[in-house]
Every structure is written in structure tokens, then in C-alpha cells.
Design a protein around this ligand. Structure first.
Ligand code: 4NP
Length: 161
């Protein structure tokens, strides 16, 4: 693994799915002693929640699994394509919007679907927006993210040789 690999998780509002992905991945990375090798951040394609903490329902569901979500929402910006090595999107809409922002083919190659790293949810092709859902929606998001983060770490390790 090169000195530092920087990961950016992206959803729509950056208050539910992507800050949860950031928190789950950071927790996993720190537990594996890789906190100085893999950095995690998150952003939204929509900037209307900028500065806000994650949604209280997401924070509560995450806290029950041991994840402390303290990220402040921000909108993705052009400079993120320089700063980050991988950009992980939650659904097709995020994927397409982030693609439209990519300044080059090399930048676009950094964009991946988060669910492509799932190992125990083989049919999953997106992390569903839980914003208008009940508590089960938030649990399902965390189930998918824990699975995908495990697969993502495995993939980074494999790439590092
Ligand atoms: P997220 O969820 O994209 O997972 O952060 C949403 C948060 C806010 C809105 C939509 C989705 N919104 O429309 O305000």
C-alpha cells in the first residue's frame, strides 16, 4: 500500500450514507492499525446541508454499532479529484453526477460504486437513500456499508501486494 491512500465517500446530502461510510471505514482501518495509511472523508453532490452533523437517526444507529459520526457535511469540489485516490459513490445518481464533475479520464477512473465491494450482499447495486425511511432503512445502510468497507479494505490490501 502506498504511503497514504485517500478515500472519499459520496452520497447526495452527506448527512446519512457517506458520513456513515466514512465512519465505518475509519473504524475498520484504525482497528487494523492502518490509520496512518488510509485516510477517509466524505462529501455530498448537493450542498444544502453544508456544515451540518450527520442526521440524528444515522448517528444513533451508527453509535449503537460503535461508530461515532462527527463529520460536517460539505459539497464535493473539483479539487477532490486531485486530493483523493478513490471516490466511492452510493447510488447511480451520485455516480453519474460525480462523473460529470470529473475533469479528466484519469479523474473519472477514481470513481467506484460502493456496492461493488460488497461480499455478502452479492445482488446489491446501490446503497439506498434512507432519508425518508424508518429505522430499518438506516440499519440496512449500515449492513451494506460494513460489508462494502470490509471488501474495500481487502481490495486495497490485495492491490498493495
Ligand atoms: P444522504 O441522504 O444522501 O444519504 O445524505 C439524504 C440527505 C438529505 C437529502 C436527501 C438524501 N435531502 O434531500 O435533503
Amino acid at each position: 500500500m502506498k504511503t497514504t491512500t485517500r478515500l472519499l465517500f459520496v452520497c447526495l446530502g452527506n448527512i446519512c450514507r457517506s458520513p456513515a461510510a466514512e465512519g465505518v471505514m475509519r473504524h475498520l482501518v484504525e482497528n487494523e492499525g492502518l490509520g496512518d495509511r488510509i485516510e477517509c472523508d466524505s462529501a455530498g453532490t448537493y450542498g444544502g446541508h453544508a456544515g451540518e452533523l450527520p442526521d440524528s437517526r444515522m448517528r444513533r444507529a451508527a453509535a449503537a454499532r460503535g461508530y461515532d459520526l462527527t463529520h460536517r457535511s460539505r459539497q464535493i469540489r473539483a479539487g477532490d479529484f486531485d486530493r483523493f485516490d478513490m471516490i466511492l459513490t452510493m447510488d447511480d445518481s451520485n455516480y453519474e453526477r460525480v462523473h460529470r464533475l470529473a475533469p479528466s479520464i484519469e479523474a473519472a477512473a477514481k470513481i467506484h460504486r460502493m456496492t461493488s465491494f460488497c461480499r455478502s450482499h452479492p445482488g446489491a447495486d446501490h446503497v439506498p437513500d434512507p432519508y425518508y425511511e424508518g429505522a430499518a432503512g438506516f440499519e440496512h445502510v449500515l449492513d451494506l456499508l460494513e460489508d462494502a468497507c470490509g471488501g474495500l479494505l481487502e481490495s486495497l490490501r490485495a492491490a498493495a501486494g
